[in-house]
Design a protein around this ligand. Sequence first.
Ligand code: ATP
Length: 326
Amino acid sequence: MKTEILKMLRETEGYVSGQELCNKFGVSRTAIWKVINQLKEQGYVIDSVQNKGYHITEAPDVMTEEELQSCRKTKWAGQEIAYFDEIDSTNIKAKELAEQGYPNGTLVVADQQVSGRGRRGRSWESPSGTGIFMTLMLKPEINPNNASMLTLVAALAVAKAIKDVTGLEAQIKWPNDIVINGKKICGILTEMSAQFDYINHIVIGIGINVHNEVFSDEIAHMASSLLQESQGKKFRRAEIIEKVLEYFEEYYEIYLETEDLTALTGEYNKILVNMNKQVRVLDPKDEFEGKAMGITAKGELIVDTWESRKLVSSGEVSVRGIYGYV
Ligand code: ATP
């Protein structure tokens, strides 16, 4: 009922009368009043006026299930939401929920991760109150060989969502990072559980630096946050999550039509920070330099070297600019 009340308050321009809420939920005035008070305690600013009812004027920067469900506009992405103040890793939790039978589109969100991870066993700094730590769980009927492209689908969705909400020029560092002004704002980690040609589940973990004012010495030179890049603006994390879900749902459905990125390469390449730039490809087997020319429909990075054109698959590979991180 709390989520529904929040949703009604959000969707109504003026006041929602107490009587209307009582009728809709079949409960007493006192029951409604209690929920309104709980919301106020959580930081929602709700104006109550006699004979008019309730009107929400401000929402706190929380990512609770009620908050996210009340502003969700998607069909299936985030249909189930599990929120935690603190968790080991949202990807680990999402895998557990997948095994417990939670549906395609389940979203795990946390305010803090104590063992946030990146690719190749690296860690992801996830302090409390600063970021978005979320994992979208999917149970798709696709060929497991095509699953790694979902990292690129997610990167596109995150970059677009950040741009929409903040107005900042979010770009993609192939394949899985979002950068603003050359600094890393977001990392994406996709993991899959599959047998032969059948996928049990895929989890797409997304970490976004929102309010961070400082980073550890190790990453301070290449990491940044939305707060830092906007000279101190505070964006509401729930709003960003909602937009990410909306864009992901849209792009994922396009991806499913061909099980590749045919219809998305144009949009991806437009915001690819490496486009037409010299890059160093950090492939453990074969490190080389060349000019990045965009991605293929399979999500590979096209790199022209002096001798030839190479197609680099994601997975174990990172790219760097010749003079710095991008
Ligand atoms: P790279 O970013 O080096 O090209 P990658 O894409 O494989 O490589 P990820 O798996 O996305 O990296 O993230 C892990 C790395 O990101 C860490 O090793 C660290 O360098 C950096 N990192 C960790 N926490 C954060 C954070 N909160 N913001 C930005 N960068 C971070």
